[in-house]
Design a protein around this ligand. Structure first.
Ligand code: ACM
Ligand code: ZN
Length: 540
């Protein structure tokens, strides 16, 4: 008798703890955190008889159903029966539906004992419902080798969700180091997990031109290769003599664009001008102020030789951009615009004559003239330009959007002029920066940007008036590749900061809590383990 009390207490405590750990573990799972995410008792059991159904009016959902079926097949080993455009069965089904009232990219996910319903405001919304469904399943579903369990438990849940921002981006530099198409697709898969919708592909720079242009084959024959690269930190000024390079054929570019589109991701190509153009000038030196000759860049940094704004250069760039516009169906073309020294323009009679003829008072205005001319051309192709914040200098082109990287000032100035802005300030969004103590990290460019710092970034500057805030389209993470030499290292720099940025772009500020996010992220590390990701554990 005397043992009964403590035993009862201990039983109750144990039971309460179990209940508590179950409910608290299940309170929030999904990254980025949804607007509303609720779990209740019971589960849906997915087995080899579960049917994937789209209702008859939603033929356009077939690709999403196929994506889900393929994903589940790779994780479970089940080839699930698919019921396109029929009526849903009585039970044991996953139903995909479209309902415009949920808004662009919005969705509702309802898991009940007999059914799973994925309702999206558009196709992308249904796709995001799929992503949330995968995340609330046991993390083993992310294995790609068909685990062949008999049944998979999915907790009963209601998730009602939509993104905070329309531009949820990640950038990838394939110029300083080259990353093959298989890695580019894997990178896009990570964007998809985190409901990002924009892949900014940095395709041309001083150290390599990476996109095949049929009309100018030397861009990749010559400009795609360099005769050595920097080794170690910049200040050592050490180089190897290894020929290095690579490029994407137009067929590969189309493949990447289609792969991204099937994940509701738009690819924004970046073709740098007027600066960061050395690889192009090595291929076609007549496009410069001096005539060259030039070598594709081996050092990192900024070079004085840039495109000369003469008619032959504009003809060249228009021809290049015409091919680019054919390859990329998205609205935006990124034209670079950053870090363009003006020394050559100051000494070039053609540049100086042009400035007189056009009444331009300095070389900054000449850069503005350059970008505005390119904008006018791209507008005729139905495209809009976006450029780094230097395109503000000398006057912003009339319809240009601005990517604010040197802090947020450029973004604030552009929003005040009623131009769209993507925020990507170095301190928060440059994932080439260190994410842990540099003593224990691979060599990086510098900086210190932890997961927590990324997590707390708010893309809307307090300096903006309410009416100006709508010009902030969202935030983007940038991965420059000077010091990132392999796909494994790229993954390490991207993850898990990409997950934190996804939360910046998608989730509501009022739901933010770093400790809570950290807990979800640690659970999510199991997902990253199953996909074989090389991610940083610096947050421990
Ligand atoms: C940049 O980092 N130069 C845009
Ligand atoms: Zn010139």
């Amino acid at each position: 008798m005397k043992f009964l009390f403590p035993r009862a207490v201990s039983f109750i405590v144990t039971a309460l703890c179990a209940l508590h750990s179950m409910t608290s573990a299940q309170r929030h799972i999904v990254i980025p955190r949804p607007v509303e995410e609720k779990y209740s008792t019971g589960s849906f059991i997915l087995d080899r008889k579960t049917e994937i159904a789209t209702i008859s009016s939603n033929q356009e959902l077939a690709p999403v159903a196929e994506y889900l079926g393929n994903f589940l097949e790779k994780g479970t080993g089940f080839v699930l029966p698919s019921l396109a455009n029929g009526n849903p069965p009585k039970s044991n089904y996953i139903l995909l539906e479209q309902d415009a009232s949920l808004g662009n990219e919005g969705y509702e996910l309802t898991v009940q004992k007999g059914s799973v319903r994925l309702r999206g405001g558009d196709q992308a919304g249904v796709f995001y419902a799929v992503q949330s469904l995968l995340q609330i399943m046991p993390p083993e579903i992310f294995r790609r080798d068909g685990l062949n369990k008999v049944a998979w438990k999915i907790p009963c849940a209601t998730i009602i969700d939509k993104p905070r921002f329309p531009w949820r981006g990640m950038h990838l530099d394939v110029c300083r180091h080259f990353f093959p198409i298989e890695f580019v697709k894997r990178y896009i898969d990570f964007l998809a997990i985190y409901k990002m919708n924009t892949f900014h592909w940095h395709l041309t720079d001083d150290q390599g031109w990476r996109i095949e242009i049929k009309r100018y084959p030397k861009l990749t024959e010559v400009g795609g290769w360099r005769n050595g690269s920097m080794v170690g930190p910049y200040y050592n000024m050490k180089f190897d003599t290894i020929r290095y390079g690579g490029f994407f054929t137009q067929a590969q570019i189309r493949e990447v664009v289609a792969y991204a589109a099937s994940r509701y991701i738009t690819v924004v190509p970046e073709i740098e001008m007027p600066g960061h153009a050395l690889a192009a000038l090595a291929s076609y030196p007549e496009l410069s102020c001096t005539g060259g000759p030039f070598e594709v860049g081996k050092a990192w940094g900024v070079f004085d030789d840039v495109f000369c704004p003469k008619e032959t250069t504009f003809t060249f760039l228009e021809n290049v951009l015409s091919e680019v516009c054919e390859l990329f169906p998205g609205k935006y073309i990124h034209v670079g615009g950053d870090e363009c020294p003006k020394v050559r323009w100051k000494e070039c009679s053609s540049c100086q004559d042009l400035m007189k003829k056009e009444g331009l008072k300095d070389e900054e205005q000449l850069q503005s003239y350059f970008v505005s001319r390119i904008e006018k051309f791209l507008n005729t192709k139905g495209k809009n330009i976006i450029g780094w914040d230097e395109i503000l200098q000398g006057g912003l082109a009339p319809n240009a959007s601005v990517m604010s990287w040197r802090g947020t000032e450029g973004g604030i100035a552009a929003a005040k002029q009623h131009h769209n802005v993507v925020m990507t300030p170095g301190d928060y969004c440059y994932f080439d920066h260190y994410q842990g103590n540099p003593k224990y990290q691979p060599l990086a460019i510098g900086g210190y940007t932890t997961v927590e710092k990324v997590y707390w970034y708010d893309p809307v500057p307090s300096q903006l008036k309410p009416a100006e805030r709508k010009y902030i389209l969202g935030a983007q993470g940038n991965l420059w590749a000077e010091y990132i030499t392999t796909p494994q290292q790229m993954e390490y720099m991207a993850l898990p900061r990409m997950a934190a940025l996804a939360e910046v772009d998608w989730s509501l500020p009022k739901n933010k809590n770093y400790q809570e996010f950290r807990g979800r992220l640690i659970r999510h590390f199991k997902v990253l383990d199953y996909v074989g990701a090389n991610y940083s554990k610096a947050l421990y």
